[in-house]
Design a protein around this ligand. Sequence first.
Ligand SMILES: Nc1ncnc2c1ncn2[C@@H]1O[C@H](COP(=O)(O)OP(=O)(O)O)[C@@H](O)[C@H]1O
Ligand SMILES: [Mg+2]
Length: 218
Amino acid sequence: MIRVSGLVKRYGDRSALNGIDLEVASGEFLGLLGPNGAGKTTLLSIITGIRRATAGSVHVQDHDTVRFPGSVRAMIGLVPQEIALYETLTARENLRFFGSMHGLDKSTIEERSNTLLDRAGLKARADERIGHWSGGMQRRLNLIAALLHQPQVLFLDEPTVGIDVQSRTAIWDLLKEIHATGTTIVYTSHHMEEAERLCTRVVIIDHGQVVGISFARG
Ligand SMILES: Nc1ncnc2c1ncn2[C@@H]1O[C@H](COP(=O)(O)OP(=O)(O)O)[C@@H](O)[C@H]1O
Ligand SMILES: [Mg+2]
């Protein structure tokens, strides 16, 4: 599903990625574990076509995302490290916006929004403006905004940092469900325990390199 070879990223004279090799099979729930500054966000940003690589190659299925960064948009979902939502809009209005960005029609957006809001435990709050919501509730909404177009691969960048237990559990449960239906997931974390608990394989990165032994669970 994903093949990363010799990936290098420099910001000026600082090296963020120093030759990453990584393969992710279809249906995996991969954990990318590493401390702050390890290069996790940089790696996800390049795989998803948001930032440009300095050297190396990335393929997501048949798409070359280094040469054609926009080519994977339709098949991937990205939950960025920073919440990316409109605070003055309601939850439902946010989903309408993100759904239309993906070219979905109105009735599909309504139908999927209802299902996802329900699964994320947000349905009763769907018509509230989200500006005053807790960080955890906003994170749940940020996740379902990335699921509306039913991506084959979902990338999440530290989606549970600093949130309440209830929201964290809701996010983990939703991720387990969508993984069970065949979605490939790449999940970054700096908590070993979280990664081990959730993921089918964990790859440890530090200083822009794969440093740890990856392992399979169960
Ligand atoms: N836009 C940027 N400009 C300059 N340096 C950056 C930028 N983004 C990240 N870095 C640097 O690249 C390294 C990896 O950062 P990052 O990918 O954000 O790691 P992580 O997500 O694992 O915390 C760090 O040393 C960070 O300071
Ligand atoms: Mg990061």
